[in-house]
Design a protein around this ligand. Sequence first.
Ligand code: AMP
Ligand code: GLY
Length: 429
Amino acid sequence: MNILVIGSGGREHALAWKLAQSSRAGRIFVAPGNAGTATDGTDIENVPIKETNFPELIKFAKENKIGLTVVGPEIPLCAGIVDAFQSEKLRIFGPNKAAAQIEGSKVFCKEILRKGSVPTAAHHAFHTGGEAIQFLDNNRDIPFVVKADGLAAGKGVFVCSDQAEAVDAIERITKNREFGSAGDRIILEERLNGQEVSVLAITDGATILTLQPAQDHKAAYDGDIGPNTGGMGAYSPTPILNDTTLHWIEEHIFVPTIHALNCSEIRFRGVLYAGLMLTKQEPKVLEYNARFGDPECQPLLLRLKTDLLDIFEATIDGTLDRLPLLEWDNRTAVCVVMASKGYPGSYEKGFPVRGLAEAANVPNTKIFHAGTAIREDGTIISNGGRVLSVTGLGDSVSEAKLTAYTAVKCIRWDGAWCRKDISDKALSY
Ligand code: AMP
Ligand code: GLY
């Protein structure tokens, strides 16, 4: 079966690489892909079509007899790519536009959480900055998190330490319109404390297959300081969640969420990603995403043994209940993101990336590409903020960390940097 993967990050490289291992996979196309998907083997090739160009993607899928399309990023999902493909009778993995709102609108997400009585931070939603500031004035002692309602590439969330910061965040969203229409509505949310964990589940809207837990590292610098990023590294499994808590999360978070969506006549088929805070009382939902996390997807897929094509097809067909239990490599996978100088702010592109072959020779590693491109002379160059996801396996967290960083040390380009403490959160457990 020919497969089309949509997106160009480390997540999409991992998806294409894993799908290529299926005995039923034919040619795998990645639109638009990166240098990693262009060079990973003869089965995988890039197609120069943007992830939001639905008419061209649909035309390509028809002309190349694509039996399954898999969508990586949130932007095409929230813009309705699944509905567009389905109306052309094309098979596609991912939630439709209505279901993807769980990521595309934080107000919608909170409404579903309320309907399902799912634990989450208390919140208030507003249409104008004036109303939000008025509310702050009346609640001076509560520490708030300010959020833009819509998609803002992880940048529309402000964890504020005082009232002045909260007012500034509200003005950036509503007055300066830094996030455009994503700021048409605004949320003030109770600030929670605890460890953060990512728990992803694959669901056809009836059966829920919870994946092994992972931990992301969203802050730019070691020790979780600095600005928020798309994620500077992740590892799985994490000792901060035991099986009992994972079952609790299934029962009290995923099940009532899917139920509340079904009650709203929304059937979610795809990956439901819960960003959770393990508070003193219980795990609470910080956010939902409607897709695999990047970089969480990379360590998860390095450990998943089950055929991913079978999982995706069963999700589309609504037959996940008939799939055998998922099988995992028991080892730990640690993924370190190597980034361009300046990321998550502005950065330069186009620097030759050296040492990739040497890194690939480190046993038990896989180098997934993100922001990379190939020059005409064949040189691989940096082409984004997050450039590589260097992922290693080991019998313990520290061994997996050592493997990943051994490979990282082989790679260099002008301005390359990474966090040095990915997976250290596990060490205190
Ligand atoms: P979100 O995109 O909603 O997950 O928010 C991005 C990041 O902001 C999260 O990963 C948390 O670190 C932080 N955050 C979001 N909501 C809260 C909250 N209610 N309390 C504390 N931190 C939060
Ligand atoms: N790693 C965070 C995200 O994918 O949203």
